[in-house]
Design a protein around this ligand. Structure first.
Ligand code: FA5
Length: 347
């Protein structure tokens, strides 16, 4: 029976019996139509056909007016039940369809937690960075500040102000890479001494870790790129004994017991007297030079505007690679720059 044909039939009927028949036949259709709904379009068609404003249930409601008044209450109740059933079927199918869509999506996006994961190796600080941080922390505990300076230096800070004029033979020792006539890659961290002293008044107590460059031929203990830690302490009444104490204390903190230390005379144009320090690991036969040091030369103090009669100071320049080599028994400096994971991951 089509929707259009039904009211015509109703128009002809006069009894509640006929309406009851219509209701029960529509109720049966509802059940099978709902069961056949298999998509959201089909669900919408079901809604329009049975529950829509001009749908089959609505049409039956219209027919109520044609019944004798005493039957209308009973018929209305039956029609309401039919409408509730249609609504319940619609809602149930709607939920089922939604669940099916969700299930399909979950299945598509399923994550198999038992699959092996992607391996992401964890990085860590390079050994040189670790050693530098440890050196810094020892001196910070001793009351030093950490300063820094540029790796591209001027001739003035790298040499002139450190009492190394242009024709001084000591320049050969720090022969480096020039960028132009006055700029060069710093061959040591000592220029930072000048920069710090020129910008502050005594007392000065700093260390400065940083990268240095030299035209040194590469071998087991020399690299054209390496790292130093500069130390500078300027104050009233400092002597070589204070320098020796600071170095010994530091060496003990860094290496612990069992390492031997040797101090001997040296020459640097910016310190007077000057010393060098060698270390030997427990059981080793070879000594390794770890730093140059000395009392800041009065000419340098004067250059930065300090009064050498009022204050004295000491300084050193320590090789970070050498410290790491001694502590971790590394016999070739080249491994630090080779980026070989077999080396790097050991520390
Ligand atoms: C200097 O560079 C002075 N500026 C040190 C100094 C500072 C003296 C303050 C007095 C006062 P020297 O050239 O000796 O000194 O180097 C110091 C340390 O740097 C060496 O003992 C060594 O540990 C390290 N070093 C020097 N050249 C290299 C290199 N090519 N490769 C690795 N380490 C190096």
């Amino acid at each position: 029976m089509s929707i259009a044909a039904f009211p015509a039939t109703i128009g002809a009927m006069a009894t509640i019996e006929e309406l009851k028949q219509e209701i029960s036949s529509l109720a049966a259709k509802l059940e099978s139509a709902a069961a056949a709904v298999d998509s959201s379009q089909a669900l919408e068609a079901f809604r329009v056909e049975y529950l829509g404003r001009k749908g089959r249930v609505a049409e039956l409601f219209k027919a109520l007016g044609q019944l004798p008044p005493e039957d209308r209450a009973t018929a209305g109740k039956l029609l309401n039940e039919l409408k509730s059933r249609a609504t319940a079927l619609f809602t149930a199918r709607e939920e089922e369809l939604n669940r099916a869509v969700l299930d399909a999506q979950l299945e598509r996006e399923r994550v198999d937690l038992t699959l092996p994961g992607t391996y992401h190796p964890l990085g860590h600080l390079h050994l040189l960075t670790q050693v530098q941080a440890e050196i810094e922390s020892i001196f910070l505990r001793m009351g030093f500040d950490v300063a820094s300076g540029p790796e591209i230096e001027t001739d003035y800070y790298a040499f002139e102000a450190l009492n190394i004029p242009a024709d001084h033979p000591a320049r050969d020792e720090w022969d480096t890479f020039y960028i132009d006539d006055t700029h060069l890659l710093r061959p040591h961290t000592s220029p930072v001494q000048i920069r710090v002293m020129k910008s502050t008044t005594p007392p000065v107590r700093i260390i400065c870790p940083g990268r240095c460059y030299r035209r040194d031929t590469q071998d087991a203990t020399h690299s054209p790129v390496f790292h130093q830690v500069e130390l500078l302490w300027v104050e009233e009444g400092l002597s070589l004994a204070n320098l020796k104490y600071v170095i010994e204390y530091f060496v003990h903190e860094f290496f612990g017991p069992g390492y031997e230390m040797r101090m001997s005379g040296d020459f640097f144009p910016f310190t007077e007297p000057s010393v060098q320090v060698h270390m030997r690991a427990p059981g080793a036969t070879e000594w390794l030079e770890i730093m140059g040091a000395g009392m800041v030369d009065p000419a340098v103090l004067t250059e930065v505007g300090y009064d050498p009669e009022a204050v004295t100071g000491f300084a050193f320049g320590l090789g970070i690679e050498r410290m790491a080599m001694l502590r971790y028994k590394i016999d070739d400096i080249r491994v630090f720059l080779q980026n070989d994971l077999r080396f790097i991951t050991q520390f």
